[in-house]
Design a protein around this ligand. Sequence first.
Ligand code: AMP
Ligand code: FES
Ligand code: ZN
Ligand code: ZN
Length: 299
Amino acid sequence: MPVKCRFCERPAFIKLHYPKMYLCPEHFMEYFERKVKRTIERYKLLRPDERVLVVVSGGKDSAVTAHVLKKLGYSIECLHINLGIGEYSKKSEEYAKRQCRGLAPLHIVRVKELLGKGIGEVRTRRPTCSYCGLTKRYIFNKFAYDNGFDAIATGHNLDDEASFILANLMNWNTQYLAKQGPLLPGEGRFVKKIKPLYELTEREVVAYALASGIEYHMEECPHAAGATTLEYKSILNDMEEKRPGTKINFVKGYLRKKKLFEAELEEYELGKCSVCGMPAQGERCSFCRFWGRSEELKL
Ligand code: AMP
Ligand code: FES
Ligand code: ZN
Ligand code: ZN
């Protein structure tokens, strides 16, 4: 006999470990959407009238974020950045287009067309993932700011957050630990950033994509091979299996104790980038410096 859903007669589609229950696809989707709604309310991520830019990579997390925010009635548009990493980026863009069709307007920015080189093609001592992150964050923010969005939503899930905190604790990166969370408030030219899937595990996100028929790019970025965050994720998954609730309790505990790290935050004067006007530590912001910009980026 197949196990039945906790709330109806249908066969179960997933077993949740924390809280422990079996659910059919419909009741699982309802549970998932309610949890996103609660996250938005608990951390005051959004007001009902705010315009949200969902940044979609072609992967599962951001596609599910866009889907659920739309279902909850928010006004969303999407932005995909084609990073110019060969076939990997081509496929990512195709998935992003497919995911947004009939859901929300999709804007596409292509790094190679915009900056002359793709990610991975720049000769630099800086690790690829590091300047990739810098470039993505700058473009997300600039696009959102120039187009009057109130918030940028990313697909970060509970596993991403727990592994980020663990990795930064292992290295005592207190500066990073002071600024992490489901909500990064906007300030001046910085648009507010939110993580609606903050309390949902990667396993739940995969199950939601499956239950709602969302197709997504499964490949990892070729530059991510061997990334230590994947090791931390695997350690946390082992612990979660033995003690369900480990990840959520770890992350919630961190949020309660975050103040300890804030005390370590180094205050420095921020000036204005002479090229683009964004806050900058030196004469130019890190994006304009890295890409050798002498004029403001036009998106
Ligand atoms: P990552 O840093 O690759 O784990 O991605 C974190 C979040 O950033 C994803 O959930 C997406 O919301 C967003 N993101 C990552 N890559 C892209 C991209 N190429 N275009 C748009 N959004 C992206
Ligand atoms: Fe940025 Fe891989 S996605 S280097
Ligand atoms: Zn059911
Ligand atoms: Zn700049």
